[in-house]
Design a protein around this ligand. Structure first.
Ligand SMILES: CC(C)(COP(=O)(O)OP(=O)(O)OC[C@H]1O[C@@H](n2cnc3c(N)ncnc32)[C@H](O)[C@@H]1OP(=O)(O)O)[C@@H](O)C(=O)NCCC(=O)NCCS
Length: 257
């Protein structure tokens, strides 16, 4: 038995065919891992994954311990990716849109393709196009003729209606509803259970607070909350979590969940 046999949570006959490294030991990275496990248990078209482990430049000890409990190696900082074969994919498990964008930019130096991870209970309808790095959690529903940018995260039980266009690094959080013909700019976060009414535009890097109902266009960089949603005095930049992405500064040690 090899060392990788001992580490693998799966028996050899279920070994994955595509190697993937998850970036970020926080909650989002571990959720992506959970979906990959499900996909391996029910492979579609014979496709399966081998999770080499997690990387993170500023992991917290509790998160590393949680990764260890999943039976997956923590491989170290993101530079571990250097020299990986071009067939190895990266799953970007950073929840906050802007931090995900920054991590994506740093990971570009390694030239590895992004993993697209879609839960078996997520639904992507006809004529929906998406860029690499899509993560769709269980119960996420994308109806028809939708365009999704790079590294879009669709969290549990969210919906994206017909003809919507979501830019790169958008996060739609659990139970949020994006109506038909909506346009969400790059880096937008729509909070848990929020709704965006039809044909509205939410500008780049704006944040729709949890539970909000958006009834008017939202300017770029704005935070809106409430029903109907109204801008708050803090900008989206101020509302950014005091954490760094996986390649963050030395003086910041936490990692987004
Ligand atoms: C809107 C949001 C971005 C504001 O973040 P923030 O700037 O850090 O705000 P704070 O937590 O400091 O709260 C500031 C004030 O806004 C209020 N507030 C925060 N979020 C709110 C929301 N969604 N709706 C209404 N009021 C809200 C707070 O109660 C607080 O009010 P107070 O000053 O009267 O005490 C954030 O609260 C939010 O809703 N994020 C979405 C998170 C989410 O969906 N997570 C799911 C992960 S899976």
């Amino acid at each position: 038995m090899t060392e990788s046999d001992r580490r693998s949570p799966w028996p050899r006959e279920q070994r994955l065919t595509t190697d993937v490294v998850i970036v970020g030991v926080g909650g989002m990275g571990r959720e992506i891992y959970g979906v990959i496990r499900l996909l391996n248990a029910r492979p579609v078209d014979g496709t399966s994954w081998r999770v080499l482990g997690f990387v993170d430049d500023h992991p917290t000890e509790p998160n590393v311990e949680l990764v260890r409990r999943l039976g997956v190696p923590f491989l170290g900082p993101t530079r571990w990716l250097a020299g990986q074969p071009s067939t190895t994919r990266v799953a970007l498990g950073v929840g906050h849109p802007q931090l995900r964008r920054e991590t994506d930019q740093v990971l570009a130096r390694y030239g590895l393709p992004a993993a697209t991870v879609v839960h078996p209970a997520a639904e992507i309808g006809p004529d929906c196009v998406f860029q690499e790095g899509l993560f769709a959690a269980g119960g996420a529903r994308v109806t028809t003729n939708v365009a999704l940018g790079r590294h879009v995260h669709l969290n549990q039980n969210c919906t994206v209606g017909h003809d919507a266009v979501l830019g790169d690094h958008v996060s739609v959080n659990p139970l949020a509803a994006i109506s038909g013909y909506c346009r969400l700019g790059d880096g937008v976060m729509v909070g848990t259970t929020a709704a965006v009414l039809p044909r509205l535009t939410v500008g780049r890097d704006a944040i729709v607070g949890a539970g909000a109902c958006v009834t008017r266009d939202v300017p770029a960089g704005t935070v809106v909350t409430g029903v109907p949603a109204r801008p708050v005095s803090r900008s989206a930049a101020d509302a950014r979590p005091v954490v760094m992405p996986a390649h963050g500064r030395e003086d910041e040690v936490d990692h987004p969940a």
